[in-house]
Design a protein around this ligand. Structure first.
Ligand SMILES: NC(=O)c1ccc[n+]([C@@H]2O[C@H](COP(=O)([O-])OP(=O)(O)OC[C@H]3O[C@@H](n4cnc5c(N)ncnc54)[C@H](OP(=O)(O)O)[C@@H]3O)[C@@H](O)[C@H]2O)c1
Length: 297
């Protein structure tokens, strides 16, 4: 169906991605659930269909830490869909111990940032040139404590366990802004928007240091955090609302931006540095082994 709206949600099988998938499906959007674990994805799809029997959902496998898997996903998507209206770059990992992907790149930077950078570069050509075509990238409050360690992207000389995660989420925010600048420069109407969910007790917490997770779960979570359904609201706003502009950044507006009504989120000066953005784009192209041209003509 030509006028059908189509979205891809990465990491759609749990947490925020699951709720975003549900929210988009409720709006009549055909959602492709881009997940690495097909069994979890198919269970998630069944759960949504129980609530919303008319939802249009497909599952296509992708491992965002693996560049070949992303290329295979893009091929399969292009073989089945003529256009893409919403690319929800949601999937994310948080690790308490260093890990690397099969290209020897720190796993959080590879999955959270580079995987989505490559995915977007492969799919942008399918997006109609309209303000309703959106790339939504998930960042985090964690970006506020971060910088990009260009000389140590794997964070091997960093001592805090959460530095690589913070760096990766900062990269997602910088990518969203730089993509918007490049879309504008190319005269495109497609927009790039960033959003963060605040704090929610999702699968992401499972990889935190165990003592920290226990403290969080029994003290912090019930008071300061919100449900995954509520955490998905700023992300859905970024995808769907008509008053959204390219380059906007949304999140919850309550205490410490952890929960509350969706609105414009706060970001650091560092995250807005265009020299950093240009450098990040360049090294990201080097990592994925191809150029990302917003307007290939
Ligand atoms: N929870 C929070 O408080 C919080 C705060 C700020 C930002 N965020 C951001 O919100 C987004 C969603 O996280 P969440 O809280 O919903 O966590 P979650 O419940 O753990 O969901 C993460 C999703 O990403 C998927 N994923 C992880 N690695 C992947 C890979 N290599 N390839 C494909 N999919 C992969 C997971 O799939 P599997 O089920 O297979 O693992 C899961 O579906 C993330 O970008 C996260 O950084 C979350």
């Amino acid at each position: 169906m030509d006028n059908e709206r189509v979205a891809i949600v990465t990491g759609a099988n749990s947490g925020v991605g699951y709720e975003v998938t549900k929210g988009l499906a409720k709006n009549g959007i055909h959602v492709v659930m881009a997940c690495r674990n097909l069994e979890k994805a198919s269970n998630a799809k069944e759960r949504i269909l129980l609530d919303l029997p008319s939802a249009k959902l497909e599952v296509i496998a992708v491992d965002l830490s693996d560049f070949e898997s992303i290329k295979t996903f893009a091929k399969e998507f292009k073989a089945n869909f003529q256009h893409l209206d919403l690319l929800m770059n949601n999937a994310g990992v948080l690790f308490n111990k260093p890990r690397k992907n099969n290209a020897n790149i720190e796993m959080q930077f590879a999955t959270n940032h580079l995987g989505h950078f490559l995915l977007t570069s492969l799919l942008l050509e399918l997006m109609p040139d309209s303000k309703n075509s959106r790339v939504v990238s998930l960042s985090s409050i964690a970006h506020k404590n971060a910088e990009i360690f260009f000389d140590d992207i794997n964070c091997e000389s960093q001592t805090k366990w959460d530095t690589p995660y913070a760096q990766s989420k900062l990269a997602c925010l910088i990518f969203a802004d730089e993509l918007q600048r490049r879309l504008e420069a190319a005269g495109k109407k497609i927009i790039s928007v960033a959003a963060h969910p605040g704090g929610t007790d999702s699968g992401l917490f499972e990889q935190m240091p165990p003592f920290l997770m226990s403290i969080l779960r029994y003290t912090f979570v019930p008071i300061f955090l919100h449900s995954t359904e509520s955490a998905a609201r700023p992300i859905l706003k970024a995808a769907l609302d008509s008053d959204v502009n390219g380059g906007d950044y949304y999140g919850p507006t309550g205490l410490f931006e952890m929960k509350g009504r969706p609105g414009i989120a706060k970001r650091t000066q560092y995250s807005q540095r265009e020299d950093v953005a240009a450098r990040l784009w360049k090294i990201s192209e080097e990592f994925i082994g191809s150029t990302f041209k917003v307007d290939p003509q």
